[in-house]
Design a protein around this ligand. Sequence first.
Ligand SMILES: [Ca+2]
Ligand SMILES: [Ca+2]
Ligand SMILES: [Ca+2]
Ligand SMILES: [Ca+2]
Length: 337
Amino acid sequence: MSQLIKVNHKYSIIKKRGKPADLLLFLLFGLVLHVSGQPVPAEVENIPHLVTFGNKAATSWGDDDFCNIFFFIIPKDHDGPVYIRVYDPDCGGDIDEINGVFDTKTEFSVYGGEGCWTDDIDPTGTFKKGNLLAYKVFKTQVKYDKKWYTFGPFNPTEGEYADKFQGYIIKIIALGVDGDDGNLYNYYLSTDPNKNVPVEGGDAFTYEYGFRLWNDTVNISHIYPYVDSRVVSIKQTNFDWDDDGEIRTVTVARLYQLNKVSGQDEWAESEFKIFDKEKNTSFDFQFIKKKYPMVRNNNVVISVRNQYGELLPFHTVPIGGVPKFQYGAAAKPIKHR
Ligand SMILES: [Ca+2]
Ligand SMILES: [Ca+2]
Ligand SMILES: [Ca+2]
Ligand SMILES: [Ca+2]
C-alpha cells in the first residue's frame, strides 16, 4: 500500500501560516503516509479488534464507559467521497464476546461539521458534538456477522476542517446502548463503498483506546501517542489489564520502561517526565502478555494525558514513525515497579 506524497507541495501550502510547531507536526505526519492509516486498528498496532460492550455490562469485562470514539483525517486535496466501513458491526457470532446470551445493541454514529473534533475530545464529556451525518443500531444479525457495513458517501468537506492536519475530520462513535455483551469490530476509511480502498494520506486517531488483545503471547500489540513540544510530563492510564504481562514504554530515549499495570476492573497510572529528545515524537506503548496463566479475551482501555490533563492522541499510524531507542541517548532502562 505504498502511497507517495508530495511533501514539498504541502510544505508550500502551510509555510504561509508560519507556525513552526504545526509545520513540524505536519512534516512528520507526511513522512509516515507511506503506511496506510485507513484500517483501524492499523497493521503497525497489531491489535485484533476494537471492543465496545453493551451499557448493562459490568466494567470488569474491560470497558469502562461502553464507548469508543475515533476521528478520521481526510487530506484537503482528496477528491471525491469517502466511506467509513465497519467490520462485524453486529454483536453475535465467533468474533464477539458473549455474556449469557447475545442481547446487545451497538449504535454507530458518524459526525462532521464545526466542533465534531475541537469541542469533543474527552470521552467523559458530551461526546456527540457536531452534525450527525449517519447512524445505525446493530444487534445480533447474521447478515452483518464477519461482514463489512458501509457508512457514507461523505463529502470530506462535511467534516470539520483542521489546519493542523491540512484536512477534514469525521468522527465515528461506537456506543453500547443495550445489553451486556462485547461487540468487537474494526474500521476502514475507504474511497469505495464495496471494498477497502485507502484514502491517500488518510489517518485516524483516538484519545481513549478500548481494544482486545490477542489470545496468544506471540503477538505484541502497540499504540502510539504523539508527544508534542508542549509536553513536560505524561500520565499513562490503563484499565482492566487483568494483571496480564507487561506494559512497556519505548521511545527514542527509553529502551523500555515498565508501566504500572491494573488488575481486574481497576485503573493504574504511571507518570513520566519527558526528555527533550522525546518532544515531537511518538511513544510506543507495548502490550506484552504473560504466558502462564494465559489471560483470555483481555479487553483493556488506555489513555495518556499531559501535565495540563489534556488527552494526547493515539494516531493509528505513529507520527514520525515507530520510535526506536537510540543508544547513547538520554536514559538507561528504568524499572518503574
Ligand atoms: Ca448478554
Ligand atoms: Ca459478529
Ligand atoms: Ca462485532
Ligand atoms: Ca481486561
